[in-house]
Design a protein around this ligand. Sequence first.
Ligand SMILES: [Zn+2]
Length: 145
Amino acid sequence: MTSAYQQQLAQQLRAAEDELGTLRRRVAELTEQRDTTRAGGQERAALLEHARDPLEPWGGHGDAWPDIAPAINTLIARAEQAEARIAAVRALHQPATGYTGWGPDDDDTPGAYGPISQACSACGSEDNAVRYPCGTIRALDTHTV
Ligand SMILES: [Zn+2]
């Protein structure tokens, strides 16, 4: 036979056990968050270490994102500007037909003159054509002339 007091104690014990379970789950969640945060911090530190030297000339100093982000933005802007300039050069140097020049398609003899099936629209002229791809396009494509 249990007394009302014992029943009350048992009820309090169950409530305490429920609360303990809730707290244990919360501690597990917080522990996982802490580990994730630590891993993120380590990854961030590794990225900063990796970025430090390459970004130094652009104003990036590897210890702080406030210095790194503008350096990255500067590099992105320069890359976009360079790509736009390369596109403008490519638009200028297009393959053209109907041109003639030295070293025509049907003659292997150096010094011959005649039609060139694909000439650069920017290099040379219609009667003194440069074969396409010209040196400019070859340099853009392969970094060699
Ligand atoms: Zn050209």
